[in-house]
Design a protein around this ligand. Structure first.
Ligand code: ADP
Ligand code: TRP
Length: 325
């Protein structure tokens, strides 16, 4: 059985883009793979300075994934920081990666371009991510397009490790890019926390309704035919509804007499009914810190077993520990 692994940065309650682009595909992959999905808390520390916020987000994100259907029996779920072997592997990788390769990292370059003074954590971010992946002998990494460069570096590192220290030192991972195209936000740009244009996954009905109404649409009069493809409300509808339902809505839009307001009403009703059970499970879980801690600690114990196996293999391969006769 293949292993699928992904890291989730605890930066707040996930939005619909995260749900369709990351959570749902990862949970689907967990049906056919051994799965390891962890909270990348030390990655979040590169940008979060408020301790209370960081800590709260760790639980927000854990509760969200569980509410969306992550089964903690089947999937190993834990906090990155609970398995300290990952930092040892990060160091080993730091010793074989050229600094130039890290300087070409897009998050680091973007921060420089914005005139910020990026911290060393941001520069080394892709090294920790490669260690996250390679520590668990990962085959598949479900991620969005924005993570492709990080995945390429993780693959390069794995290939280089095997070249330097022997063919089977580590497993070379492969990205599994989400099939869902980018989910648009309220203003039509990519839905993103940083653009302030997102619809959170966990939100009360009334607020959800207000947000859906705000989705940007053109002012074609109600009776005129409309082109669904590329319209933001329709793209969102496509992400949540079946193909047949989307085709039916597209037909109504093209026929005329069906306005963006009608589509938004259908979209809201569909989102609200699909998200209501997730919302309810979320609140139950989020209020139960003990249960969340137990789930995360149980996952960490299982993760440590695998991590220790890999780290001993790598320590022997690089010559820190003596090879077994
Ligand atoms: P944000 O842009 O809101 O900060 P993140 O960078 O935390 O989101 O995204 C985590 C993952 O969620 C990404 O790797 C990507 O796979 C997915 N994702 C984020 N936004 C979208 C979107 N608008 N459409 C599809 N997938 C998305
Ligand atoms: N960098 C990823 C993001 O921003 C989060 C992450 C950390 C990750 N470690 C990982 C993703 C390992 C996949 C595998 O979304």
């Amino acid at each position: 059985m293949k292993t699928s692994l992904t890291g989730i940065k605890p930066t707040g309650i996930p939005h619909l883009g995260n749900y369709f682009g990351a959570i749902r595909p990862a949970l689907e992959l967990a049906q056919e793979c051994r799965s390891i999905y962890f909270i990348a808390d030390y990655h979040a520390l590169t940008a979060e300075r408020n301790p209370e916020t960081l800590n709260a987000h760790i639980y927000d994100v854990t509760a969200t994934w569980l509410a969306c259907g992550l089964d903690p029996q089947r999937t190993i779920v834990f906090r990155q920081s609970s398995v300290i072997e990952v930092f040892e592997l990060t160091w080993i990788f730091a010793c074989i990666v050229a600094t130039g390769q890290l300087e070409r990292g897009h998050s680091y370059k973007d921060a420089l371009a914005k005139g910020e003074a990026p911290n060393a954590g941001l520069l080394n971010y892709p090294l920790l991510m490669a260690a996250d992946i390679i520590l668990y002998d990962t085959d598949f990494v479900p991620v969005g397009n924005d993570q492709s460069q990080h995945l390429e570096l993780a693959r390069d590192i794995a290939i280089r490790m095997n070249h330097l220290y022997g063919e089977k030192t580590v497993v070379v991972p492969q990205a599994k890019l989400a099939a869902t195209p980018q989910v648009p936000g309220l203003d039509g740009r990519k839905m993103s926390k940083s653009y302030g244009n997102s619809i959170p996954l966990i939100v009360a009905s009334k607020e959800l309704h207000e947000l859906v109404i705000k989705i940007k649409s053109d002012s074609t009069p109600l009776e005129q035919p409309k082109e669904p493809e590329g319209a933001h409300a329709f793209e969102l509808f496509k992400a949540i509804a079946s193909k047949a339902e989307s085709q039916e809505v597209a037909r109504k839009l093209r026929a005329g007499g069906y306005g963006w307001g009608h589509l938004k009403k259908e979209l809201f009703e569909r989102l609200d009914s699909d998200l209501a059970p997730i919302r309810e499970r979320y609140h139950d879980l989020r209020d139960d810190r003990k249960r969340l801690d137990d789930i995360l600690e149980n996952g960490a114990e299982r993760a440590r077993v695998k991590a220790r196996e890999t780290i001993s293999r790598v320590r022997r391969a690089v010559g820190i520990d003596a090879k077994k006769p």
